[in-house]
Design a protein around this ligand. Structure first.
Ligand SMILES: C[S@@+](CC[C@H](N)C(=O)[O-])C[C@H]1O[C@@H](n2cnc3c(N)ncnc32)[C@H](O)[C@@H]1O
Length: 396
């Protein structure tokens, strides 16, 4: 059993939050019992993040921004959306299909800003569709878009499942990192999957992993000859494969933190990338305050690119967030925000610094574009395209 010690510096949740977490604990306990005493970390994450009314993303707690647990790029500054809009418009012009589908729209900030910045000729009918599994976040998105982009609110449509055909652009920012992952462990020549056990208190326990898809993937991806634990994310690969199969003409733009495979499964990254976020602190205990902490793993971008390529998409570009935003003109957009001595400019410059700095989001975050169709311009990959680092498109 492995039970990382909780970080003593983490703030204690208030009584209401603790009571909420106790309900989530009850739900996990029932699932462990139903499952014969052991629950995979992927099933545990599904409950603590998405159980209706209880999970981290499915209950009404504040997650985004200063009073929450983490800040995402669109929440930092509208210049993120303004730059992304340059690439989205370039694809929309190339396809002639103007629809946008956003997955996992969070507070609705990116949607409200994109609606404002995207080119919207009066004559052209186009939709901005949002697929968001959390009813609570859907309500917040509706309210935010009505307030921040009222002139465009009628274009927005919330959908429950992926449409059968997609023409246009699919956008997702920090969605794949929020999907439940399996944690596979190799010690010597033995293979295990990590899961959760316990009744009164939970603990992590590794259970022997039989032959099967998960083990085959780990065997192919893990480095040789080191004891190793890391994530496999079939949910992310399946989501991208599903989008790719439906994309008739256009592109997927995927923004997230992560690495190409050789860096993700680096021999020295022996403990994987799964972490928890709570009140702007990162900790390593996935069992601490279930339902109150965000659990997240980095993205294996090679796996995501291959999922798209297997469904016939072209890997159109792969860049660091910094290179992508520079290519989309974020510096010029910053200059246009006002006089350099104005408070507005200084605030915007500080946010842009966070988006671009290699020490913050600039290098760890990447943008991957997967496309079907010809004739698109790719300003986001003009500064630097590192597709070649994703490896071969046809390995597993
Ligand atoms: C870390 S948040 C990012 C929110 C927002 N994109 C942003 O950048 O601020 C993850 C989002 O993905 C959503 N999500 C989780 N699973 C999803 C799925 N299968 N399809 C679409 N969205 C999903 C969550 O509900 C949440 O809105």
């Amino acid at each position: 059993m492995i039970r990382p010690l909780p970080d003593a510096s983490l703030p204690l949740p208030d009584a209401d939050a603790q009571a909420h977490s106790a309900k989530v604990v009850g739900c996990v306990r029932e699932a462990i019992a139903r499952n014969g005493g052991w629950l995979s970390l992927a099933s545990y994450m599904q409950i603590v993040l998405y159980e209706p009314g209880l999970g981290y993303y499915a209950s009404g707690t504040r997650k985004f921004g200063e009073g929450g647990d983490f800040v995402t790029a669109p929440e930092l500054t509208p210049l993120f959306a303004r730059s992304l809009a340059v690439q989205v418009d370039a694809i929309r012009k190339g396809t002639g299909a103007r629809d946008v589908l956003e997955l996992g729209a969070g507070t609705g900030k990116l949607a409200a800003d994109l609606l404002t910045f995207l080119e919207a000729p009066d004559t052209a009918a186009w939709r901005y569709r949002i697929l968001e599994p959390s009813p609570d976040l859907r309500d917040r998105q509706r309210a935010r878009i009505a307030k921040r982009a009222p002139a465009h609110a009628s274009r927005v449509e919330w959908i429950e499942t992926l449409p059968s055909r997609i023409d246009g652009v699919v956008v997702m920012n920090e969605v794949l990192d929020a999907l439940p992952v399996h944690v596979v462990v190799r010690r010597g020549d033995r293979w295990y999957e990590r899961g959760v056990v316990g009744v009164e208190a939970f603990a992590l326990e590794d259970r022997a992993l039989g032959e099967g898809a998960l083990r085959r993937l780990a065997q192919t991806r893990f480095p040789e000859r080191v004891d190793y634990a890391s994530e496999i994310n079939p949910a992310a690969e399946a989501l991208v494969a599903g989008l790719a199969q439906r994309l008739a003409c256009g592109a997927l733009l995927i923004v997230d933190y992560g690495f190409p495979r050789h860096e993700f499964y680096h021999p020295q990254r022996t403990a994987g990338t799964l972490v928890a976020h709570y009140r702007h602190r990162v900790h390593a205990d996935p069992l601490l305050w279930p339902g109150l902490c965000d659990l997240t793993a980095h993205v294996d971008f090679t796996a995501i690119a291959q999922a798209g390529a297997r469904a016939g998409l072209e890997i159109a570009g792969f860049a660091t967030q910094a290179a992508f935003l520079l290519g989309c003109g974020i510096v010029e957009a910053l200059r246009a925000t006002g006089a350099p001595e104005s408070i507005g400019y200084v605030k915007a410059a500080s946010a842009v610094q966070t988006l671009l700095s290699p020490a913050e989001m600039g290098e760890l975050f990447k943008v991957l574009a997967l496309s079907r169709g010809d004739g698109f311009a790719w300003p986001g990959f003009a500064v630097r395209d590192m597709r070649h680092r994703l490896g071969s498109a046809d390995s597993v």
